[in-house]
Design a protein around this ligand. Structure first.
Ligand SMILES: Cc1c2[nH]c(c1CCC(=O)O)Cc1[nH]c(c(CCC(=O)O)c1C)Cc1[nH]c(c(CCC(=O)O)c1C)Cc1[nH]c(c(C)c1CCC(=O)O)C2
Length: 347
């Protein structure tokens, strides 16, 4: 058990391999701009990074979707880009353009990162988790998270979002040893960051590899699968019972390699993963989580019931957590989330 973990929570039982029915549910990006109460707190905070690093506000926005919908798990409110911030890279969020970073453009710039400062710089995140553990309902599990090394590296190198991550991929092909240096640094920083989250009260952790789907298979194994495997191993060395969820978004057929080799307890499936294949090849090995198209949730009925129904039918009888295939969109009507919860609780 991880510190203070309670194994009777439905979400944790599913991650442990039980077929829990009706299935536990939470939604990626469940705290966010589709909620009016989030927009209000966000306006008070000013800067997005301040919202992430002010425990009082981060606790409030984490709890907002729990109060409204009663999800089985709360995910820490933060962002994957607090890790570059914790390493000393300049990170800011611009209205309309999304995240911006001072680009890391040389091996020398990697040398200037400060892994030893990360725990102190991100101390407010751990305080947020401690407060959440004492304020969440007894049946609600608390999820910690981090971005996976490749996805975080891609933002660090590009200096923000990108369509195809050409700079990061070019570095990996042109100077694999140098790029490995950055990935290794991120494997260690991410493992340490997640360990600190667990010590502060996270009962499960999810690793988001949102851009895992851009690589040929050999590069995927080197830059996505291997780093994730190392992080899982480090976490399990200190906390053998800590459930770990991996989200190699867009990995396609390579999801099976992840299920077989990474040592994770659960895989979060993106919207394109075929249900029958996932049931046979993935759910036989790990708990699966997913994978409703966020657009079906924007649209609502009748598409919502049809799409949610297919997923429930496919994964019933095995370890399963209902979720989206990617984060909830800001244009989603909260009433559609309400409708989804009614459907799921009556499954
Ligand atoms: C790639 C990535 C990021 N952040 C994250 C990922 C991986 C998951 C994915 O692929 O969606 C993960 C993330 N970001 C956020 C959370 C909070 C927890 C949750 O509710 O799930 C989580 C788990 C809050 C956020 N992170 C961000 C917001 C919106 C900021 C705002 O309120 O203006 C939220 C609620 C900002 C952010 N942060 C990031 C981007 C690209 C953006 C801009 C996009 C946008 O504006 O919607 C980086």
């Amino acid at each position: 058990m991880v510190p203070g973990q309670s194994a009777d929570k439905r979400f944790l039982r599913a991650l442990g391999g039980e077929a829990v029915w009706p299935p536990p549910v939470w939604l990626m990006r469940q705290a966010g701009r589709y909620l009016p109460e989030y927009r209000k707190t966000r306006a008070e905070a000013g800067d997005f990074l301040d919202l992430c690093l002010t425990p009082e506000l981060a606790v409030e926005v984490t709890l907002q979707p729990i109060r409204r919908f009663g999800f089985d798990a709360a995910i820490l409110f933060s962002d994957i880009l607090v890790v570059p911030h914790g390493l000393g890279q300049k990170v800011w969020f611009e209205e309309g353009t999304g995240p911006r970073l001072e680009p890391l453009d040389s091996p020398a710039a990697i040398g200037r990162l400060e892994p030893s400062a990360l725990r102190e710089r991100l101390a407010p995140v751990f305080e947020t988790l401690r407060r959440l553990r004492s304020s969440l309902p007894a049946e609600t599990a608390l999820i910690g998270f981090a971005g996976a090394p490749w996805t975080v590296a891609s933002y660090m190198i590009e200096g923000g979002s990108s369509r195809d991550f050409q700079k990061g991929r070019s570095w990996a092909y042109g100077d694999p040893a140098g790029f490995q240096g950055l990935i290794d640094l991120l494997v260690e920083a991410t493992s340490d960051y997640l360990l600190a989250q667990v010590e502060a009260g996270a009962e499960a952790v999810q690793l988001f590899d949102s851009w895992a789907g851009v690589w040929p298979d050999d590069q995927f194994r080197r830059w996505c699968l291997e780093p994730a495997t190392r992080i899982v191993a480090t976490l399990k060395r200190s906390h053998p019972d800590l459930p770990v969820i991996l989200f190699p978004r867009g990995a396609g057929a390579l999801y099976r390699d992840v299920a077989e080799r990474a040592g994770a307890d659960a895989l979060s499936l993106d919207t394109t993963v075929p249900l029958d294949w996932a049931r046979a090849e993935l759910q036989s090995r790990v708990c699966v989580q997913g994978n409703l198209d966020p657009v079906a949730l924007i649209v609502g009925e009748p598409a919502l019931e049809r799409q949610a129904g297919r997923i429930l039918e496919a994964f019933r009888g095995g370890p399963f957590v209902f979720n989206l295939g990617h984060g909830i969109d800001k244009s989603t009507p909260p009433a559609h989330v309400e409708r989804l919860m009614t459907l799921l609780r009556g499954a």
